[in-house]
Design a protein around this ligand. Sequence first.
Ligand code: GLN
Length: 253
Amino acid sequence: MKKFFALVLALLMVVSLAACGGAEKTATANEEKPELVMGTNAAFPPYEFVDDNGEIVGIDAEIAKAVADKLGMKLTIKDMEFDSLLTAVQSGAVDIVFAGLTVNEERKQSVDFSITYATGVQVVIVPEDSKIKTVDDLEGKMIGVQAGTTGDIYCTDDYGQDNVKQFNNGALAVAALQNGQVDCVVIDNEPAKSFVEANDGLKILDTEYVTEDYAAAISKDNKELTDKVNKAMEELKADGTIDEILAKYIKAE
Ligand code: GLN
């Protein structure tokens, strides 16, 4: 019986020690910076991609980090499919989306946009020997796009749904182009350049399809964050930080 009590006592001590440890941990956690959770689709170089160390890097990751630093927050990045990003920010699963995201009227109905920080151009990638010479030649062709992107929306409007094949990201669309499943890929110009560089036998058409502006998206219920992010971004624009980040990843033509 004595042994039994000794055991119970020992157990109680272990449990209370563990509880103390736990309390300590919570106290440290409370002193930590608040989190800024960013959603993105890390298959969109040079805006966001996974580097050799398995880390998500790129223009958006660096701008978001600079914004978080200014706000005294700790940046966490969540990688997800492009077409679930806006739902994620609306539901609060993420606080902000940085994803080479184009500002448009339809999206403005569901989210708020920050000030813009870059320009994107929808371009067409084709095999080097393709008969497609201009955007007008896309009629009746099979076009690969990233699901839910503006490229997807324009192509579906202009060439019809039957001529558009959706992929979860640009890399998959380009792979489909390489194996002949689609005749071309419509995607933003900077990722297009990265994909053409990384894959033999592809080129970008000289004719541009649509020019657009990129901004971050924040929930309509979080005006306070939108204001703070905008202020931070204004400062980062004014002091040249955003230009520096863009120049680091985008080579001048
Ligand atoms: N700029 C395009 C859009 O917003 C594509 C963005 C992306 O694929 N990450 O729809």
